[in-house]
Ligand binder design. Structure first.
Ligand code: ADP
Ligand code: MG
Length: 266
């Protein structure tokens, strides 16, 4: 059997609390639900993606730290989750020190990319890899961009939504110029939208005006079920499939797949 190469998407924004982890978890779950074999790599020392998928800290005997330092391969570091078809390379607090530890390594930005390539040369069974980034444009995020085919950017529907976006896009451009010329923008997803708030509507309009068709049609509503789900160690899609947040993430997944097909063909 010939495995087609996986699609690697990094979920990045240097602002915290904009919905990166929520998007990574629920998009991954939606892709797994339609039969894709999905791997999340948790690159945030906070480990919210790991916790949100039910992997408690005490059970994390392997982590993305081991992958970056080269002591373990991706396959050995991936743990199964309660979602069929979804595995995760969890994060541990060791990640906080990785930037210092790798500072003298000439290949420090390429660690994740090498690990992923090695895994797929050994035919690791994943069709999608989603990377959950920390809220910073640090070495971890750069590793994710060096490894990825595309970047998915969550933006919270709030007054300063666009602030910081140009810096993020400049970083993407820099990565393209230097280490990963094929990196593209998968898209920008507006999150935590509250339709009763006039400001939120203004933000959606502004972002669409500035970013055009980079912005997905799907907007993720603010939904209490989505915020409750992680405390049960479950993606919202598993916790409450019918809630508006879960339904929006399913819709986002179909947009992402459509764009991936187009990017792959390009
Ligand atoms: P980031 O990874 O960018 O820091 P998170 O995904 O952790 O952001 O989201 C920040 C907080 O907002 C979390 O408590 C999360 O549960 C909550 N949240 C995210 N998306 C939604 C949503 N659509 N509705 C309600 N709460 C949300
Ligand atoms: Mg996060």
């Amino acid at each position: 059997m010939i495995m087609s190469t996986p699609r690697i998407i990094t979920v990045a924004n240097q602002k915290g609390g904009v919905g990166k982890t929520t998007t990574a978890i629920n998009l991954a779950t939606a892709l797994a639900a339609i039969g894709e074999q999905v791997l999340i790599i948790d690159l945030d020392p906070q480990g919210n993606a790991s916790t949100g998928l039910g992997i408690e800290r005490r059970d994390r005997s392997v982590s993305s730290y081991d992958v970056l330092t080269g002591s373990l391969g991706i396959e050995e570091s991936a743990m199964p989750t309660a979602v069929p078809g979804l595995s995760i390379v969890p994060s541990t607090l060791d990640l906080l020190g990785v930037e210092m530890e790798l500072s003298a390594a000439p290949d420090r930005v390429l660690r994740l990319r090498s690990a992923i390539r090695t895994a797929f040369e050994r035919s690791a069974p994943f069709s999608y890899v989603l990377i959950d980034c920390p809220p910073s444009l640090n070495l971890l995020t750069l590793n994710s961009m060096a490894a990825a085919d595309s970047v998915l950017v969550p933006l919270q529907c709030e007054f300063f939504a666009l602030e910081g976006l140009s810096q993020l896009l400049e970083t993407v451009e820099e990565v393209r110029r230097t280490i990963n010329p094929d990196l593209s923008i998968q898209g920008i997803v507006l999150t935590m939208y509250d339709g009763r708030n006039n400001l939120a509507n203004q933000v959606v309009q502004d972002v669409r005006e500035h970013m055009g068709d980079k912005v997905y049609e799907t907007v993720i509503p603010r939904n209490v079920r989505v915020s409750e789900a992680p405390s049960y160690g479950k993606p919202a899609i598993l916790y409450d499939l019918k809630c508006t947040g879960s339904q929006a993430y399913l819709q986002l997944a179909s947009e992402v797949i459509r764009r991936e097909r187009r990017l792959r063909a390009a």
